[in-house]
Design a protein around this ligand. Structure first.
Ligand SMILES: N[C@@H](CCC(=O)N[C@@H](CS)C(=O)NCC(=O)O)C(=O)O
Length: 219
């Protein structure tokens, strides 16, 4: 019987984008279900009863929550094509470390850049650029974080590039001016069809955030 794969997602979510890219890398066909996060579907509430968040991957009726866990699950189930995590245990641990850094540092700081003002925003801007600098240092001269091929850390990080116009316009800075190597890496990732077809247009994300800021009263 063919695999039944469903993805509960919300288009601007960088977490959802990770799972979309992983499925595209593996060539897995799936049904995409867009969620209204203000009116979550019974399927979402039942599939991720603890966090009630997207993305949720449902494979043959079994749900997997948390984007990085879903990406690792995809890598284990469809292991014959495009390995995402390295086979060496230490390199695998390193890849998980950097993916966790993206989640705990970059996501949180990036959010502060567009939801705060004044001194708080200045601190967030500085920390955001420091974070890019640390990531750029880890990338070094490699084409991708894992080396010669696109892998787990690239997949964890590249979705946030679609949010860069948001950080840059509201924070009034340019990542490219300060970290051209990082931007060259992002553009290299976008050349991959699995990435470009899985992520939205940056302007669309910016317009969405503009509306969200109005709703949050950050003007
Ligand atoms: N750590 C989670 C984060 C997922 C997450 O924050 N999802 C957001 C959308 S970007 C969500 O579903 N929010 C709905 C809510 O908080 O009620 C992951 O990696 O999957």
């Amino acid at each position: 019987m063919a695999d039944q794969v469903v993805l509960l997602d919300f288009w601007p979510s960088p977490f959802g984008m990770r799972v979309r890219i992983a499925l595209a890398e593996k060539g897995v066909q799936y049904e995409y279900k867009e969620e209204d996060l203000r009116n979550k579907s019974p399927l979402l509430l039942q599939s991720n009863p603890v966090h009630k968040k997207i993305p949720v991957l449902i494979h043959n009726g079994k749900a997997v929550s948390e984007s990085l866990i879903a990406v690792q699950y995809i890598d284990e189930v469809w292991k014959d094509k495009a390995p995402l995590l390295p086979s060496d245990p230490h390199l695998r641990a390193q890849a998980r470390f950097w993916a966790d850094y993206v989640d705990t540092k970059m996501y949180e700081i990036g959010r502060k850049v567009w939801t705060t003002k004044g001194e708080e925003q200045d601190v967030a801007k500085k920390e955001f650029l420091e974070c890019i600098s640390v990531l750029e240092g880890e990338l070094g001269d490699k084409p991708y974080f894992g080396g010669k091929t696109f892998g787990f850390v690239d997949m964890a990080l590249i979705p946030f590039y679609t949010w860069f116009s948001v950080y840059e316009k509201f924070g009034n800075f340019s990542v490219e001016a300060e970290h051209p190597k990082f931007i060259a890496w992002a553009k290299r990732c976008l050349e991959k069809e699995s990435v470009s077809k899985s992520i939205p247009d940056r302007q669309k994300v910016y317009d969405f955030v503009l509306e969200m800021r109005k709703k949050l009263g950050v003007e």
